[in-house]
Ligand binder design. Structure first.
Ligand code: TYM
Length: 333
């Protein structure tokens, strides 16, 4: 039997997860896992999270909560190793070697770096700058074929490919060149209050984002308050960013295409549409919340999941680092 293709992806435990993370990434992880075509590694990117100052106690809680959410959303840890990045030392090891094969110029062009610098002007640390190199290490360690992410990670994926090709050219074939997997709908869920901005948990206006753990009535309220335009038609087009965003969310959680949604709501107003979106989002999130509540009560189980996950991940990561260390000329220990 041919070997399965491999998937690696990660989410940062940098606070509560948003509907954007779910629609743009986690939901697709679950779908890809179901196809049985891939061997999937799913990572909690805790090392990335400390590029922005965290309170240790809060980070620990967010990390375990996110792990529970992964499983509640349908990731099967028996099938796909789920692990904390900080538990697999090879991420930092490979990252160093890749740092020595990445140019300052490339890193200064990363739009997320520029964004974060403007948001965290008092803490523009070196980790924030080299963050995309750590992300490249995450992916290349597992020789991933496919990396399911939202649109905002596309530039980091391109850099990863460039670094991998550069290394392969300099030291002979070492890394697989990964492909991004960016969903057609939902790759960039926008703020409900400012539909030209990405939905993000760092938004100062909490009505701009939906959290996976928001109470159901809050979710309904946030959707009903979502900014739209002065028109009345549920369709895509110039100046319709707010409605189009709600359509993407509806499409992602119901599986209806954008054309089908336009037909379904033809002649109906924004009020009806928002009520339908709210109902569909709640129907998608509520079962996840219920499972999440059961899982967080079972700390032993969560511990067994991340221990096993790290063990399996390290088995693969170890081989890549050994190969890389040999190729760059380090004496074998
Ligand atoms: P993070 O934690 O910011 O986001 C996790 C995933 O959610 C997607 N996403 C969105 N998708 C649609 N609409 C949105 N509004 C939205 N906001 C976020 C992101 O694109 C991402 O797929 N650097 C990564 C984590 C990471 C990683 C990796 C990912 C670390 N190493 C290796 C892939 C492979 C990050 O900060 O994502």
């Amino acid at each position: 039997m041919a070997e399965k293709k491999r998937i690696l992806s990660g989410i940062q435990p940098s606070g509560a997860m948003t509907l954007g993370n779910y629609v743009g990434a986690l939901r697709n992880w679950v779908e890809l896992q179901k196809t049985d075509e891939y061997e999937c590694f799913y990572m909690l990117a805790d090392m990335h999270t400390i590029t922005v100052r965290q309170e240790a106690k809060v980070l620990r809680k967010n990390a375990l909560d996110l792990l529970a959410l992964f499983i509640a959303a349908g990731i099967d840890p028996e099938k796909s190793p789920v692990f904390f990045q900080s538990h697999v030392p090879q991420h930092a090891q490979l990252s160093w070697v890749l740092n020595c094969n990445t140019y300052m110029g490339e890193l200064s062009r990363m739009t997320q770096f520029k964004d974060k610098c403007s948001k965290h002007a008092d803490n523009i640390n070196a980790g924030l700058f080299t963050y995309p190199v750590l992300m490249a290490a995450d992916i290349l360690l597992y020789q991933a074929d496919l990396v399911p992410v939202g649109q905002d990670q596309k530039q980091h994926l391109e850099l990863t490919r460039d670094i991998a090709k550069r290394f392969n050219n300099a030291y002979s074939e070492t890394f697989k060149i990964p492909e991004p997997y960016i969903p057609k709908v939902g790759a960039r869920i926008m703020s409900l209050q400012e539909p030209t901005q990405k939905m993000s948990k760092s938004d100062v206006n909490e009505n701009g984002y939906i959290l996976m753990l928001d109470p159901v009535d809050t979710i309904v309220k946030k959707i009903k308050r979502a900014v739209t335009d002065s028109g009345a038609e549920v369709c895509r087009g110039e100046g319709k960013e707010g409605i189009e965003n709600l359509m993407s969310i509806y499409s992602a959680v119901t599986g209806s295409s954008m054309d089908e949604i336009e037909r379904e709501f033809d002649g109906k107003g924004y009020g009806d549409f928002k009520a339908a979106v709210a109902e569909a989002v709640v129907a998608a999130i509520e079962p996840i919340q219920k499972k999440y509540a059961e899982l967080t009560a079972n700390r032993d189980y969560l511990e067994s999941v991340y221990r096993r996950g790290a063990e399996l991940a390290e088995r693969v990561a170890y081989k890549t680092v050994a190969k890389v260390y040999r190729k760059v000329g380090f004496i074998q220990p």
